[in-house]
Write a protein that binds this ligand. Sequence first.
Ligand code: NAD
Length: 495
Amino acid sequence: MKDWQDRASALYNGEFRPMFIGGKWCESGSGAVIEARNPANGALLATVPRGNARDIDAAVSAARAAFEGPWSKFTPFERQALLLDIAERFEAEWDRLCLSDTLDMGMPIQRTLANRRRVLGMLRFYAGQAVSIHGQTIPNSFPGEIYSSTVREPIGVVGAIIPWNAPIAGSIWKIAPAIATGCTVILKPSEEASLTVLMIARIMQEAGLPDGVLNIVTGLGAEAGAALAEHPGVDKIVFTGSTTTGQAIARAATGNLKRVSLELGGKSPVIVCRDADIEKAVPVAAMAVFANSGQICIAGSRLFVAREIHDEFLRRVADYASNLRIGHGIDTDTDIGPIISARQAERVETYLSVGASEGAKLLTGGSRATGPELSGGHYIQPTVFGGVTDEMRIAREEIFGPVISALPFDSLDEVVTRANATPYGLAAGVFTTHLGTAHKLAHRLRAGSVWVNMYHAIDPAVPFGGVKMSGYGREGGTEHMEEYLDTKAIWINTD
Ligand code: NAD
Protein backbone atom coordinates (compact mmCIF):
# COMPACT_ATOMS: atom_id res chain seq x y z
CA MET A 1 0.00 0.00 0.00
CA LYS A 2 2.88 2.37 0.86
CA ASP A 3 4.18 2.13 -2.69
CA TRP A 4 0.77 3.04 -4.15
CA GLN A 5 0.42 5.90 -1.67
CA ASP A 6 3.78 7.38 -2.70
CA ARG A 7 2.79 7.16 -6.33
CA ALA A 8 -0.63 8.67 -5.55
CA SER A 9 0.82 11.84 -4.07
CA ALA A 10 2.93 12.29 -7.20
CA LEU A 11 -0.13 11.99 -9.46
CA TYR A 12 -2.55 14.69 -8.24
CA ASN A 13 -1.89 17.67 -6.02
CA GLY A 14 -4.98 19.81 -6.31
CA GLU A 15 -3.87 21.43 -9.58
CA PHE A 16 -6.05 22.46 -12.55
CA ARG A 17 -6.40 19.84 -15.31
CA PRO A 18 -7.57 21.28 -18.66
CA MET A 19 -9.99 19.61 -21.04
CA PHE A 20 -9.19 18.64 -24.62
CA ILE A 21 -10.79 20.22 -27.69
CA GLY A 22 -9.45 20.10 -31.24
CA GLY A 23 -6.05 18.86 -30.03
CA LYS A 24 -5.66 21.78 -27.56
CA TRP A 25 -5.70 21.58 -23.78
CA CYS A 26 -8.02 24.34 -22.60
CA GLU A 27 -10.18 25.90 -19.91
CA SER A 28 -13.92 26.31 -20.28
CA GLY A 29 -15.28 29.56 -21.67
CA SER A 30 -17.34 29.59 -18.44
CA GLY A 31 -14.15 30.03 -16.40
CA ALA A 32 -15.78 27.76 -13.80
CA VAL A 33 -14.28 24.53 -12.48
CA ILE A 34 -15.44 21.29 -10.85
CA GLU A 35 -13.51 19.82 -7.94
CA ALA A 36 -12.34 16.22 -8.25
CA ARG A 37 -12.24 14.75 -4.76
CA ASN A 38 -11.07 11.35 -3.60
CA PRO A 39 -14.19 9.51 -2.32
CA ALA A 40 -11.99 7.53 0.07
CA ASN A 41 -11.10 10.55 2.22
CA GLY A 42 -12.49 13.70 0.60
CA ALA A 43 -9.04 15.04 -0.40
CA LEU A 44 -8.94 17.46 -3.32
CA LEU A 45 -7.16 15.77 -6.23
CA ALA A 46 -7.53 18.38 -8.97
CA THR A 47 -10.00 20.74 -10.58
CA VAL A 48 -11.36 20.37 -14.11
CA PRO A 49 -13.24 22.83 -16.34
CA ARG A 50 -16.99 23.06 -15.98
CA GLY A 51 -17.64 22.94 -19.71
CA ASN A 52 -20.79 24.54 -21.11
CA ALA A 53 -22.78 24.66 -24.35
CA ARG A 54 -20.20 26.96 -26.00
CA ASP A 55 -17.44 24.44 -25.29
CA ILE A 56 -19.61 21.69 -26.76
CA ASP A 57 -20.07 23.87 -29.88
CA ALA A 58 -16.30 24.23 -30.20
CA ALA A 59 -15.79 20.47 -29.73
CA VAL A 60 -18.46 19.61 -32.32
CA SER A 61 -16.82 21.98 -34.84
CA ALA A 62 -13.41 20.40 -34.19
CA ALA A 63 -14.86 16.89 -34.51
CA ARG A 64 -16.65 17.79 -37.77
CA ALA A 65 -13.51 19.39 -39.25
CA ALA A 66 -11.47 16.29 -38.39
CA PHE A 67 -14.17 13.95 -39.72
CA GLU A 68 -14.29 15.73 -43.06
CA GLY A 69 -10.58 16.55 -43.13
CA PRO A 70 -7.41 14.58 -42.46
CA TRP A 71 -9.10 11.77 -40.53
CA SER A 72 -11.20 10.80 -43.56
CA LYS A 73 -7.96 10.06 -45.45
CA PHE A 74 -6.77 7.47 -42.94
CA THR A 75 -6.97 3.96 -44.36
CA PRO A 76 -8.45 1.16 -42.24
CA PHE A 77 -4.91 -0.20 -41.85
CA GLU A 78 -3.69 3.15 -40.50
CA ARG A 79 -6.57 3.26 -38.01
CA GLN A 80 -5.72 -0.30 -37.01
CA ALA A 81 -2.07 0.61 -36.47
CA LEU A 82 -3.12 3.57 -34.33
CA LEU A 83 -5.29 1.40 -32.09
CA LEU A 84 -2.49 -1.14 -31.69
CA ASP A 85 -0.07 1.64 -30.79
CA ILE A 86 -2.55 3.02 -28.23
CA ALA A 87 -2.84 -0.49 -26.76
CA GLU A 88 0.97 -0.62 -26.32
CA ARG A 89 0.94 2.76 -24.59
CA PHE A 90 -1.91 1.68 -22.33
CA GLU A 91 0.07 -1.38 -21.36
CA ALA A 92 3.06 0.79 -20.44
CA GLU A 93 0.91 3.25 -18.46
CA TRP A 94 -1.53 0.73 -16.99
CA ASP A 95 -0.55 1.19 -13.33
CA ARG A 96 -0.85 4.98 -13.57
CA LEU A 97 -4.25 4.76 -15.26
CA CYS A 98 -5.54 2.39 -12.59
CA LEU A 99 -4.17 4.48 -9.77
CA SER A 100 -5.87 7.54 -11.22
CA ASP A 101 -9.19 5.71 -11.39
CA THR A 102 -8.88 4.38 -7.86
CA LEU A 103 -8.13 7.86 -6.52
CA ASP A 104 -10.85 9.56 -8.54
CA MET A 105 -13.73 7.11 -8.10
CA GLY A 106 -12.71 4.71 -5.34
CA MET A 107 -12.62 1.33 -7.07
CA PRO A 108 -10.18 -0.95 -5.18
CA ILE A 109 -6.83 -0.93 -6.98
CA GLN A 110 -6.79 -4.73 -7.24
CA ARG A 111 -9.99 -4.55 -9.25
CA THR A 112 -8.87 -1.73 -11.55
CA LEU A 113 -5.59 -3.54 -12.23
CA ALA A 114 -7.52 -6.72 -13.02
CA ASN A 115 -9.35 -4.97 -15.86
CA ARG A 116 -6.13 -4.92 -17.88
CA ARG A 117 -6.90 -7.92 -20.05
CA ARG A 118 -10.33 -6.56 -20.88
CA VAL A 119 -9.27 -3.01 -21.74
CA LEU A 120 -6.21 -3.99 -23.78
CA GLY A 121 -8.39 -6.66 -25.38
CA MET A 122 -10.88 -3.97 -26.40
CA LEU A 123 -8.23 -1.86 -28.11
CA ARG A 124 -6.85 -4.87 -29.95
CA PHE A 125 -10.25 -6.29 -30.82
CA TYR A 126 -11.35 -3.00 -32.44
CA ALA A 127 -8.00 -2.80 -34.22
CA GLY A 128 -8.98 -6.08 -35.87
CA GLN A 129 -12.47 -4.80 -36.62
CA ALA A 130 -11.04 -1.70 -38.37
CA VAL A 131 -9.85 -3.83 -41.29
CA SER A 132 -12.95 -6.05 -41.40
CA ILE A 133 -15.54 -3.45 -42.43
CA HIS A 134 -17.02 -4.23 -45.84
CA GLY A 135 -20.20 -4.02 -47.87
CA GLN A 136 -21.82 -6.51 -50.22
CA THR A 137 -22.51 -6.96 -53.91
CA ILE A 138 -26.23 -7.69 -54.13
CA PRO A 139 -28.18 -9.20 -57.06
CA ASN A 140 -31.24 -7.11 -58.00
CA SER A 141 -34.43 -7.42 -60.07
CA PHE A 142 -33.58 -4.83 -62.75
CA PRO A 143 -33.08 -6.07 -66.30
CA GLY A 144 -29.84 -5.16 -68.05
CA GLU A 145 -26.43 -4.50 -66.62
CA ILE A 146 -27.29 -2.70 -63.44
CA TYR A 147 -25.14 -3.49 -60.48
CA SER A 148 -26.04 -2.82 -56.87
CA SER A 149 -23.72 -2.94 -53.91
CA THR A 150 -23.34 -1.52 -50.42
CA VAL A 151 -20.53 0.26 -48.66
CA ARG A 152 -20.27 0.83 -44.92
CA GLU A 153 -19.46 4.41 -43.94
CA PRO A 154 -18.67 5.95 -40.57
CA ILE A 155 -21.76 7.50 -39.02
CA GLY A 156 -19.95 10.80 -38.41
CA VAL A 157 -19.57 12.87 -35.24
CA VAL A 158 -20.38 10.80 -32.14
CA GLY A 159 -21.29 12.27 -28.76
CA ALA A 160 -20.37 9.89 -25.93
CA ILE A 161 -21.60 10.37 -22.36
CA ILE A 162 -20.41 8.04 -19.61
CA PRO A 163 -21.00 7.51 -15.87
CA TRP A 164 -18.37 7.46 -13.14
CA ASN A 165 -18.25 3.82 -12.21
CA ALA A 166 -15.75 2.52 -14.80
CA PRO A 167 -14.05 5.45 -16.56
CA ILE A 168 -11.28 3.46 -18.30
CA ALA A 169 -13.33 0.62 -19.76
CA GLY A 170 -16.36 2.89 -20.19
CA SER A 171 -14.50 5.45 -22.29
CA ILE A 172 -12.52 2.92 -24.34
CA TRP A 173 -15.73 1.11 -25.20
CA LYS A 174 -16.95 4.35 -26.76
CA ILE A 175 -13.71 5.63 -28.33
CA ALA A 176 -12.13 2.46 -29.80
CA PRO A 177 -15.01 1.57 -32.16
CA ALA A 178 -15.10 5.22 -33.27
CA ILE A 179 -11.43 5.08 -34.22
CA ALA A 180 -11.94 1.69 -35.89
CA THR A 181 -14.78 2.97 -38.07
CA GLY A 182 -13.37 6.45 -38.82
CA CYS A 183 -15.84 8.43 -36.69
CA THR A 184 -14.87 11.36 -34.46
CA VAL A 185 -15.91 11.72 -30.82
CA ILE A 186 -16.83 14.30 -28.22
CA LEU A 187 -16.74 12.49 -24.89
CA LYS A 188 -18.29 13.95 -21.76
CA PRO A 189 -17.11 12.05 -18.71
CA SER A 190 -19.05 12.10 -15.47
CA GLU A 191 -18.53 15.17 -13.30
CA GLU A 192 -17.69 12.67 -10.53
CA ALA A 193 -14.76 11.09 -12.37
CA SER A 194 -13.08 12.97 -15.23
CA LEU A 195 -9.39 12.70 -14.41
CA THR A 196 -8.52 9.32 -15.94
CA VAL A 197 -10.41 10.14 -19.12
CA LEU A 198 -8.19 13.22 -19.54
CA MET A 199 -5.14 11.00 -19.04
CA ILE A 200 -6.48 8.67 -21.74
CA ALA A 201 -6.83 11.60 -24.16
CA ARG A 202 -3.20 12.53 -23.53
CA ILE A 203 -2.04 8.99 -24.31
CA MET A 204 -4.04 9.00 -27.54
CA GLN A 205 -2.65 12.40 -28.55
CA GLU A 206 0.90 11.13 -27.94
CA ALA A 207 0.11 8.10 -30.13
CA GLY A 208 -0.62 10.51 -32.99
CA LEU A 209 -4.42 10.61 -33.05
CA PRO A 210 -5.13 13.64 -35.29
CA ASP A 211 -6.53 16.80 -33.67
CA GLY A 212 -10.29 16.78 -33.31
CA VAL A 213 -10.77 13.01 -33.60
CA LEU A 214 -11.18 12.80 -29.83
CA ASN A 215 -12.42 15.74 -27.76
CA ILE A 216 -13.08 15.63 -24.03
CA VAL A 217 -15.46 18.19 -22.55
CA THR A 218 -15.64 17.92 -18.77
CA GLY A 219 -18.74 19.31 -17.10
CA LEU A 220 -22.14 18.71 -15.56
CA GLY A 221 -24.82 16.53 -17.09
CA ALA A 222 -27.45 19.26 -17.19
CA GLU A 223 -25.03 21.65 -18.92
CA ALA A 224 -22.37 20.02 -21.13
CA GLY A 225 -24.20 16.66 -21.30
CA ALA A 226 -27.56 18.13 -22.30
CA ALA A 227 -25.89 20.45 -24.86
CA LEU A 228 -24.18 17.47 -26.46
CA ALA A 229 -27.34 15.35 -26.57
CA GLU A 230 -29.32 18.04 -28.38
CA HIS A 231 -26.56 19.42 -30.62
CA PRO A 232 -27.62 19.43 -34.30
CA GLY A 233 -24.02 18.83 -35.41
CA VAL A 234 -23.85 15.44 -33.67
CA ASP A 235 -24.89 12.37 -35.68
CA LYS A 236 -25.05 9.79 -32.93
CA ILE A 237 -25.16 9.64 -29.13
CA VAL A 238 -23.74 6.66 -27.27
CA PHE A 239 -24.74 6.84 -23.63
CA THR A 240 -24.13 4.83 -20.51
CA GLY A 241 -25.85 5.87 -17.30
CA SER A 242 -29.16 5.83 -15.50
CA THR A 243 -32.47 5.05 -17.18
CA THR A 244 -33.88 8.48 -16.29
CA THR A 245 -30.99 10.29 -17.97
CA GLY A 246 -31.20 7.89 -20.93
CA GLN A 247 -34.82 8.88 -21.43
CA ALA A 248 -33.88 12.60 -21.33
CA ILE A 249 -31.13 11.98 -23.88
CA ALA A 250 -33.43 10.06 -26.22
CA ARG A 251 -35.87 13.00 -26.09
CA ALA A 252 -33.11 15.58 -26.66
CA ALA A 253 -31.80 13.62 -29.64
CA THR A 254 -35.05 13.90 -31.58
CA GLY A 255 -34.24 17.49 -32.71
CA ASN A 256 -32.04 16.28 -35.59
CA LEU A 257 -33.12 12.61 -35.33
CA LYS A 258 -29.64 11.59 -34.31
CA ARG A 259 -29.17 7.90 -33.70
CA VAL A 260 -28.95 6.85 -30.05
CA SER A 261 -27.68 3.80 -28.18
CA LEU A 262 -28.37 3.51 -24.48
CA GLU A 263 -26.70 1.30 -21.87
CA LEU A 264 -28.81 1.91 -18.77
CA GLY A 265 -29.59 0.65 -15.31
CA GLY A 266 -30.74 -2.71 -14.04
CA LYS A 267 -32.17 -4.78 -11.20
CA SER A 268 -30.65 -8.03 -12.27
CA PRO A 269 -31.83 -11.37 -10.85
CA VAL A 270 -29.46 -14.08 -9.67
CA ILE A 271 -31.18 -17.47 -9.35
CA VAL A 272 -29.68 -20.15 -7.13
CA CYS A 273 -31.34 -23.49 -7.85
CA ARG A 274 -31.57 -26.25 -5.27
CA ASP A 275 -29.01 -28.34 -7.21
CA ALA A 276 -26.43 -25.50 -7.24
CA ASP A 277 -22.88 -26.10 -6.04
CA ILE A 278 -23.33 -23.98 -2.93
CA GLU A 279 -19.65 -23.77 -2.07
CA LYS A 280 -18.84 -22.21 -5.42
CA ALA A 281 -22.03 -20.17 -5.77
CA VAL A 282 -21.76 -18.24 -2.47
CA PRO A 283 -18.76 -16.01 -3.28
CA VAL A 284 -19.86 -15.43 -6.87
CA ALA A 285 -23.43 -14.54 -5.90
CA ALA A 286 -22.14 -12.24 -3.15
CA MET A 287 -19.64 -10.44 -5.39
CA ALA A 288 -22.29 -10.17 -8.12
CA VAL A 289 -23.46 -7.30 -5.91
CA PHE A 290 -20.55 -6.27 -3.71
CA ALA A 291 -17.96 -5.78 -6.45
CA ASN A 292 -17.21 -2.06 -6.77
CA SER A 293 -19.46 -1.58 -3.70
CA GLY A 294 -22.52 -2.42 -5.76
CA GLN A 295 -21.89 0.48 -8.14
CA ILE A 296 -22.15 -1.66 -11.25
CA CYS A 297 -25.01 -1.58 -13.70
CA ILE A 298 -25.12 -5.40 -13.85
CA ALA A 299 -25.16 -5.85 -10.04
CA GLY A 300 -27.13 -9.05 -9.37
CA SER A 301 -29.09 -7.35 -6.63
CA ARG A 302 -32.16 -9.62 -6.53
CA LEU A 303 -30.97 -12.94 -5.15
CA PHE A 304 -33.60 -15.66 -5.70
CA VAL A 305 -32.75 -18.81 -3.73
CA ALA A 306 -34.58 -22.17 -3.89
CA ARG A 307 -36.53 -22.56 -0.66
CA GLU A 308 -34.87 -25.91 0.19
CA ILE A 309 -31.44 -24.28 0.48
CA HIS A 310 -32.54 -20.71 1.19
CA ASP A 311 -31.64 -20.36 4.89
CA GLU A 312 -28.30 -22.14 4.59
CA PHE A 313 -27.33 -20.19 1.48
CA LEU A 314 -28.22 -16.81 3.00
CA ARG A 315 -26.35 -17.63 6.19
CA ARG A 316 -23.24 -18.29 4.11
CA VAL A 317 -23.67 -15.17 1.95
CA ALA A 318 -24.10 -13.05 5.09
CA ASP A 319 -20.95 -14.63 6.59
CA TYR A 320 -19.05 -13.91 3.41
CA ALA A 321 -20.29 -10.30 3.38
CA SER A 322 -19.35 -9.64 6.97
CA ASN A 323 -15.79 -10.81 6.30
CA LEU A 324 -15.20 -8.42 3.40
CA ARG A 325 -12.61 -5.76 4.16
CA ILE A 326 -13.81 -2.18 3.85
CA GLY A 327 -11.18 0.46 3.16
CA HIS A 328 -9.45 2.88 0.81
CA GLY A 329 -9.27 1.63 -2.75
CA ILE A 330 -5.54 2.22 -2.69
CA ASP A 331 -5.07 -0.44 -0.02
CA THR A 332 -4.38 -3.72 -1.83
CA ASP A 333 -6.30 -5.67 0.88
CA THR A 334 -9.52 -3.73 0.33
CA ASP A 335 -12.57 -5.63 -0.93
CA ILE A 336 -15.13 -2.85 -0.53
CA GLY A 337 -14.09 0.69 -1.40
CA PRO A 338 -15.99 3.92 -0.87
CA ILE A 339 -19.23 5.03 -2.50
CA ILE A 340 -18.56 7.73 -5.09
CA SER A 341 -20.08 10.73 -3.28
CA ALA A 342 -21.88 11.89 -0.16
CA ARG A 343 -25.08 12.21 -2.21
CA GLN A 344 -24.89 8.63 -3.52
CA ALA A 345 -24.04 7.28 -0.03
CA GLU A 346 -27.11 9.06 1.35
CA ARG A 347 -29.21 7.52 -1.41
CA VAL A 348 -27.99 4.03 -0.51
CA GLU A 349 -28.56 4.74 3.19
CA THR A 350 -32.15 5.70 2.41
CA TYR A 351 -32.65 2.26 0.85
CA LEU A 352 -31.23 0.64 3.99
CA SER A 353 -33.96 2.38 6.03
CA VAL A 354 -36.60 1.58 3.39
CA GLY A 355 -35.66 -2.13 3.54
CA ALA A 356 -35.96 -2.17 7.32
CA SER A 357 -39.24 -0.23 7.34
CA GLU A 358 -40.75 -2.48 4.66
CA GLY A 359 -40.17 -5.46 6.96
CA ALA A 360 -37.15 -7.11 5.33
CA LYS A 361 -34.90 -9.02 7.72
CA LEU A 362 -31.41 -7.55 8.06
CA LEU A 363 -28.90 -10.43 8.03
CA THR A 364 -25.72 -8.37 8.00
CA GLY A 365 -24.56 -4.78 7.42
CA GLY A 366 -27.31 -2.20 7.24
CA SER A 367 -25.45 1.01 7.98
CA ARG A 368 -22.48 3.19 7.18
CA ALA A 369 -19.04 1.82 7.86
CA THR A 370 -17.07 4.18 10.08
CA GLY A 371 -13.69 4.24 11.78
CA PRO A 372 -10.69 6.53 12.06
CA GLU A 373 -9.15 5.18 8.84
CA LEU A 374 -12.43 5.75 6.95
CA SER A 375 -12.98 9.36 8.01
CA GLY A 376 -13.76 11.86 5.27
CA GLY A 377 -14.95 9.06 2.96
CA HIS A 378 -18.36 7.54 2.22
CA TYR A 379 -18.52 3.86 3.12
CA ILE A 380 -21.50 1.50 3.36
CA GLN A 381 -21.32 -1.95 4.94
CA PRO A 382 -22.05 -4.86 2.60
CA THR A 383 -25.66 -5.59 3.44
CA VAL A 384 -27.90 -8.63 3.04
CA PHE A 385 -31.67 -8.41 3.47
CA GLY A 386 -33.62 -11.68 3.75
CA GLY A 387 -37.40 -12.09 3.81
CA VAL A 388 -37.76 -9.68 0.91
CA THR A 389 -40.94 -9.78 -1.16
CA ASP A 390 -41.37 -8.82 -4.81
CA GLU A 391 -43.40 -5.71 -3.93
CA MET A 392 -40.76 -4.12 -1.69
CA ARG A 393 -38.89 -1.14 -3.11
CA ILE A 394 -35.56 -2.82 -2.34
CA ALA A 395 -36.63 -5.63 -4.71
CA ARG A 396 -37.76 -3.28 -7.48
CA GLU A 397 -35.49 -0.22 -7.60
CA GLU A 398 -31.85 0.05 -8.58
CA ILE A 399 -29.90 0.90 -5.41
CA PHE A 400 -26.39 1.12 -6.88
CA GLY A 401 -24.86 0.19 -3.55
CA PRO A 402 -23.68 -2.97 -1.73
CA VAL A 403 -27.15 -4.29 -0.90
CA ILE A 404 -28.53 -7.79 -1.61
CA SER A 405 -32.28 -8.32 -1.53
CA ALA A 406 -32.85 -12.08 -1.13
CA LEU A 407 -36.10 -13.83 -2.01
CA PRO A 408 -37.05 -17.53 -1.76
CA PHE A 409 -38.69 -19.41 -4.66
CA ASP A 410 -40.39 -22.79 -5.11
CA SER A 411 -40.38 -23.67 -8.82
CA LEU A 412 -38.52 -22.75 -11.99
CA ASP A 413 -41.66 -21.48 -13.74
CA GLU A 414 -42.41 -19.27 -10.78
CA VAL A 415 -38.91 -17.84 -10.51
CA VAL A 416 -38.71 -17.05 -14.24
CA THR A 417 -41.97 -15.09 -14.04
CA ARG A 418 -40.82 -13.21 -10.95
CA ALA A 419 -37.30 -12.57 -12.25
CA ASN A 420 -38.73 -11.13 -15.48
CA ALA A 421 -41.28 -8.97 -13.65
CA THR A 422 -39.14 -5.83 -13.75
CA PRO A 423 -38.94 -2.91 -16.14
CA TYR A 424 -35.22 -3.68 -16.54
CA GLY A 425 -33.47 -6.38 -18.58
CA LEU A 426 -29.72 -5.92 -18.39
CA ALA A 427 -28.31 -9.16 -16.97
CA ALA A 428 -29.15 -12.32 -15.03
CA GLY A 429 -27.25 -15.07 -13.23
CA VAL A 430 -28.12 -18.73 -12.73
CA PHE A 431 -26.48 -21.29 -10.46
CA THR A 432 -27.31 -24.91 -11.20
CA THR A 433 -25.52 -28.21 -11.85
CA HIS A 434 -28.34 -29.39 -14.14
CA LEU A 435 -27.65 -28.81 -17.83
CA GLY A 436 -31.33 -28.72 -18.76
CA THR A 437 -32.09 -26.09 -16.10
CA ALA A 438 -29.13 -24.01 -17.28
CA HIS A 439 -30.46 -23.95 -20.85
CA LYS A 440 -34.07 -23.47 -19.85
CA LEU A 441 -33.37 -20.46 -17.64
CA ALA A 442 -30.80 -18.92 -19.99
CA HIS A 443 -33.42 -18.89 -22.75
CA ARG A 444 -36.40 -17.79 -20.68
CA LEU A 445 -34.82 -14.91 -18.75
CA ARG A 446 -35.33 -11.55 -20.48
CA ALA A 447 -31.91 -9.94 -20.26
CA GLY A 448 -29.09 -8.81 -22.53
CA SER A 449 -26.63 -11.21 -20.83
CA VAL A 450 -27.21 -14.39 -18.83
CA TRP A 451 -24.35 -15.99 -16.93
CA VAL A 452 -24.55 -19.57 -15.70
CA ASN A 453 -22.34 -20.63 -12.77
CA MET A 454 -20.45 -17.35 -13.15
CA TYR A 455 -21.14 -13.63 -13.17
CA HIS A 456 -19.72 -10.33 -14.52
CA ALA A 457 -18.05 -11.82 -17.62
CA ILE A 458 -17.73 -9.06 -20.21
CA ASP A 459 -15.51 -9.43 -23.23
CA PRO A 460 -14.74 -7.14 -26.17
CA ALA A 461 -15.75 -9.85 -28.62
CA VAL A 462 -19.11 -10.61 -26.99
CA PRO A 463 -22.08 -8.24 -27.35
CA PHE A 464 -23.26 -6.53 -24.17
CA GLY A 465 -26.35 -4.40 -23.61
CA GLY A 466 -29.89 -4.40 -22.33
CA VAL A 467 -33.49 -5.02 -23.23
CA LYS A 468 -36.59 -3.20 -21.98
CA MET A 469 -35.68 -0.15 -19.88
CA SER A 470 -32.04 -1.20 -19.61
CA GLY A 471 -31.63 0.35 -23.05
CA TYR A 472 -30.92 -0.56 -26.64
CA GLY A 473 -27.86 -1.03 -28.80
CA ARG A 474 -24.91 -3.30 -28.11
CA GLU A 475 -21.29 -2.76 -27.11
CA GLY A 476 -18.77 -5.46 -27.89
CA GLY A 477 -18.73 -7.91 -30.74
CA THR A 478 -19.37 -7.17 -34.38
CA GLU A 479 -22.80 -5.77 -33.38
CA HIS A 480 -20.98 -2.87 -31.78
CA MET A 481 -19.50 -1.79 -35.09
CA GLU A 482 -23.02 -1.46 -36.52
CA GLU A 483 -23.69 1.32 -34.00
CA TYR A 484 -20.98 3.47 -35.61
CA LEU A 485 -21.67 2.69 -39.28
CA ASP A 486 -24.18 3.65 -41.93
CA THR A 487 -24.93 1.60 -45.04
CA LYS A 488 -24.94 3.29 -48.44
CA ALA A 489 -26.38 1.54 -51.52
CA ILE A 490 -24.57 2.21 -54.79
CA TRP A 491 -26.26 1.52 -58.15
CA ILE A 492 -24.28 1.48 -61.38
CA ASN A 493 -25.81 1.20 -64.83
CA THR A 494 -23.12 -0.03 -67.20
CA ASP A 495 -25.39 -0.23 -70.28
P1 NAD B 1 -26.28 9.44 -14.62
O1 NAD B 1 -27.32 9.06 -15.61
O2 NAD B 1 -26.65 10.34 -13.53
O3 NAD B 1 -25.04 10.13 -15.36
C1 NAD B 1 -24.38 9.51 -16.43
C2 NAD B 1 -23.78 10.58 -17.31
O4 NAD B 1 -24.84 11.35 -17.89
C3 NAD B 1 -22.89 11.58 -16.58
O5 NAD B 1 -21.80 11.92 -17.41
C4 NAD B 1 -23.80 12.77 -16.39
O6 NAD B 1 -23.10 13.99 -16.29
C5 NAD B 1 -24.61 12.73 -17.67
N1 NAD B 1 -25.91 13.41 -17.60
C6 NAD B 1 -26.70 13.60 -16.51
N2 NAD B 1 -27.83 14.28 -16.88
C7 NAD B 1 -27.74 14.49 -18.21
C8 NAD B 1 -28.59 15.11 -19.17
N3 NAD B 1 -29.76 15.65 -18.82
N4 NAD B 1 -28.21 15.13 -20.46
C9 NAD B 1 -27.04 14.57 -20.84
N5 NAD B 1 -26.18 13.99 -19.97
C10 NAD B 1 -26.53 13.93 -18.68
O7 NAD B 1 -25.69 8.06 -14.08
P2 NAD B 1 -24.57 7.86 -12.95
O8 NAD B 1 -25.20 8.14 -11.63
O9 NAD B 1 -23.33 8.58 -13.33
O10 NAD B 1 -24.28 6.31 -13.12
C11 NAD B 1 -25.09 5.35 -12.54
C12 NAD B 1 -26.10 4.78 -13.52
O11 NAD B 1 -25.46 4.32 -14.70
C13 NAD B 1 -26.80 3.58 -12.96
O12 NAD B 1 -28.18 3.64 -13.26
C14 NAD B 1 -26.16 2.41 -13.67
O13 NAD B 1 -26.94 1.27 -13.73
C15 NAD B 1 -25.89 3.00 -15.01
N6 NAD B 1 -24.81 2.27 -15.70
C16 NAD B 1 -25.13 1.48 -16.77
C17 NAD B 1 -24.15 0.74 -17.41
C18 NAD B 1 -24.48 -0.15 -18.58
O14 NAD B 1 -23.58 -0.52 -19.31
N7 NAD B 1 -25.71 -0.51 -18.79
C19 NAD B 1 -22.82 0.84 -16.99
C20 NAD B 1 -22.53 1.66 -15.91
C21 NAD B 1 -23.55 2.37 -15.28
